[in-house]
Design a protein around this ligand. Structure first.
Ligand code: DQA
Length: 142
């Protein structure tokens, strides 16, 4: 199974940005964690990170016919991006949404996710472990 893992804006700043919320480990550590989780599950994983909404739309479109599943942490675009929602609906690839923090127990504006309208599951508040759970979900549901 081929899975595209997409990380959105500011996740490349992990380890520096708000460590009390997002933890002390950096983005390279997250990528290593995702790669080793995928290897354990026998998933062929491709990693992509961007701070730009249009680039995320482009990579979702280019996943059509190539990937069996998508794991996405859209970061701040979770709460604003109809374009990313529409791209996920357009390609119809089974998608698991992940958030490091528990978006439901933070500011009110983080409680709504456009991406949840297309995702088959939303995993939040588990830190890095959420990405492993998302890969497991796709393995069990594709
Ligand atoms: C996040 C939660 C979002 O609200 C926030 O904008 C992020 C990261 C998370 O992983 O907890 O950048 O998606």
């Amino acid at each position: 199974m081929k899975v595209l893992v997409i990380n959105g804006p500011n996740l490349n700043m992990l380890g520096i940005r708000e460590p009390d919320i997002y933890g002390a480990q950096n983005f390279a550590s997250l990528e290593s964690f995702i790669k080793s989780s995928a290897a354990e599950l026998g998933v062929d994983v491709t990693l992509f990170q961007s701070n730009h909404e249009g680039e995320i739309v482009d990579v979702i479109q280019s996943a059509y016919g190539v990937f069996d599943g998508i794991v996405i942490n859209p970061a701040a675009y979770t709460h604003t991006s109809v374009a990313i929602l529409d791209a996920l609906k357009a390609v119809g690839i089974p998608t698991a949404e992940v958030h490091l923090s528990d978006i439901n127990s933070r500011e009110e504006f983080r409680r709504f996710s456009y991406i949840s309208l297309a995702a088959k599951t939303t995993i939040c508040g588990l830190g890095f472990e959420g990405y492993r759970k998302a890969l497991e979900f796709l393995c069990e549901n594709i």
